[in-house]
Design a binder for this molecule. Structure first.
Ligand code: ZN
Length: 95
């Protein structure tokens, strides 16, 4: 069975416009958006995911202000970690 893409995925272009490009919100890599049938293993890691700042399970919404772009690697790494705690891993020492 084919997995249906989530609706938030289609907000990708609006998020990219708001945030100034197709970048992972966490690690800053260039994400790959859209249907790409032939991705290399490396490219797969940068597949674009739309991540919820506040998870839907915790009452987060599908509103634009609760969504960020994330590469597949970061999205999977985050798992159920809270947004702030996960972001700290990337921004921790820089500011
Ligand atoms: Zn990333």
């Amino acid at each position: 069975m084919k997995k249906a893409p989530t609706l938030t995925y289609f907000l990708g272009p609006q998020i990219a416009e708001r945030d100034g490009g197709w970048k992972c919100h966490y690690c800053g890599c260039d994400v790959i958006y859209g249907h790409q049938p032939y991705l290399s293993h490396e490219e797969c890691k940068r597949k674009c995911h739309v991540d919820h700042v506040i998870p839907r399970a915790d009452g987060g919404t599908d509103e634009l202000n609760n969504l960020v772009l994330a590469c597949q690697t970061c999205n999977l790494k985050r798992g159920r970690k809270p947004y702030e705690a996960f972001l700290q891993q990337f921004r921790g020492n820089s500011q």
